[in-house]
Write a protein that binds this ligand. Sequence first.
Ligand SMILES: Cc1cc2nc3c(=O)[nH]c(=O)nc-3n(C[C@H](O)[C@H](O)[C@H](O)COP(=O)(O)O)c2cc1C
Ligand code: SF4
Length: 457
Amino acid sequence: MSFPVLNYEPVLLANIHKENSHTLAVYEAAGGYRALRKAMKEMKPDDVLATVRAAGLRGRGGAGFPTALKWSFLPKDHPGPIYLCVNADESEPGTIVNRVQMEEDPHQIVEGIILSAYATKSTTAYFYIRYEYPLSCQRMQAAIDEAYAAGFLGKNILGSGYSLDLFIHRGAGAYVCGEETGLIESLEGKRAWPRIKPPFPAVEGLFRKPTVVNNVETMACVVHIIDRGAEWFRSIGVPPNPQDPRDVGSLGPKLFGISGHVNKPGCYEAPLGITARQAIDELAGGVWKGRKAKAVIPGGLSTGLMSYDELDTPLDFAGPLKVGCLGLGTACLIVMDETYSMVDFLYNSCRFYAHESCGQCTPCREGTHWSMMIMERIKAGKGRLIDLEYLAEIGNTIGIIPGTTICGLADGAAWPIKTCIRKFRGELEDYIKRTNPTGYAVEVAVPALTGTNGKPH
Ligand SMILES: Cc1cc2nc3c(=O)[nH]c(=O)nc-3n(C[C@H](O)[C@H](O)[C@H](O)COP(=O)(O)O)c2cc1C
Ligand code: SF4
C-alpha cells in the first residue's frame, strides 16, 4: 500500500511552525481544548474510553499495545487513587519526536493527558521527563501552569466535577527509566530497576496502586480522536487484515523521526504504513551526498537493522517484524549510508547497552558486557570468526522473548546484534580477516576452570 506522503495534512504537528506555538493563546486559537470541553460537557469517562477503543489507537511508545485495552485492565470501581504516568523519557537511541511535541506544542499533550486521566478515572497524573530535555521541561511546566490558570487542570475542571492534578518529575538520565516499571520505581524515588511482572502496573503500579503508563504521542492522539471521532482516525493508516482475526491494524497518524545520513533529518508526520524508502526519500530528502543507504534502523536502535533491499517494508506495527526486526518501535529511523562501517555500528550499539543495563538479570548484565568486549576486540583488529558465533549466541539468549530477563532492554541489545550478523555477516567477516589475517581462523580452546592451586576443579 502506498500513500501520497507529501500531500498528507499533519494533525499532530499542525501547530509547530506557528510563532509562540507553545502558548495557550496560540493553541486555543487553533481549536485547542475543544476536545476537552466536549468531553467534560457531553461524555462520561467510559465514553472516552469507548471512543479510543473504536479508533483502534495503539501505544506510540514502542510496543504498539492497544491503548483502550490497557486502560480496561484497571480494576473496576477501585476506590483509588489510580495514577496516570506519562512516559516522556524518550531514551531510545535515535528517537526525537516527543521532544518536538513538548517544545513546540505542549498544550496538545496536556489536553491529551487530561482526557486520558478522565477516561481512566485518575485524579493524579505524573509527567516523567528525561533530564536531558531542559527546554521541554520548561515548556511543559509553563503549559501546565497556564492550564491550571484557565481551569483545565485542578479542581472541578470546567465545572464538570472532575478534578486532576498533573505533576512533572524529571528523570536522572538512564535508558532503563523509560521501561514502564523502571519509570515507576524512579518516580517512587528509587533506582530505576524494572519490576518482575506480573503484577502489571494496571493492578499494582505506582505506590502499589493501579497505574497506566502511556507515551507522550499516545496522549496527543487521544485529543484528535475525541475531537474528530474514531472513524476519522480509522481512515488513516493500515486497516486490520481481514484474514487475520488477531490483527488490529496500524491506524492513525504517526510521527517519524529520521536521523543519520539523510539530507533533511527531523521529525515528520505521516500515516502509519508508509515505507521506509518513502520516509527517507519523500520526507527526509533522500540519502545525503548522493549515496545509497546501506542499512536503516526502523524504530530506534533496539529494533535492529533493515538492509537496502528491505526498504520497501511498510512502517506499520507488523512491517519491520516481517524482515526480522524487533518491531516498529518508536518509528524513528536511523539511516546509514553505503560508506558506513557495520563494525562501528555494532561496536557503538554494544557499548550503549552494556552501559545501560541495570544489572539485575545475569543474562543481560553479562551478555551486554561480553558483547561489548568482543566488539572491542574485533574493532581493535584482534577478532576471530568464532567471535561472531559467540555474539550470535548472546543475541539469541538474552531478553524477554527467549524468557531470560525481567525487561525488554536485553531484547533491545540483542536485535542489533542478531540482525547485523544475519544481514551483514560478509562485511563483519571481511573486516576480521583483513585486520587479523593470521589469527582470524584460530579457534582458541576454552581453558578448564582452575582452582587457586592451579589444578582443575
Ligand atoms: C528499556 C526500555 C526503554 C523504554 N523507553 C521508553 C521511552 O523512553 N518512552 C516510552 O514511551 N516508552 C518506552 N519504553 C516502553 C514502555 O515500557 C511502555 O511500554 C510505554 O511507555 C507504554 O506507552 P504506550 O502504551 O503509550 O506505548 C521502553 C521500554 C524499554 C524496555
Ligand atoms: S533486562 Fe537488563 S535492564 Fe532489564 S531488568 Fe534485566 S538487567 Fe535490568
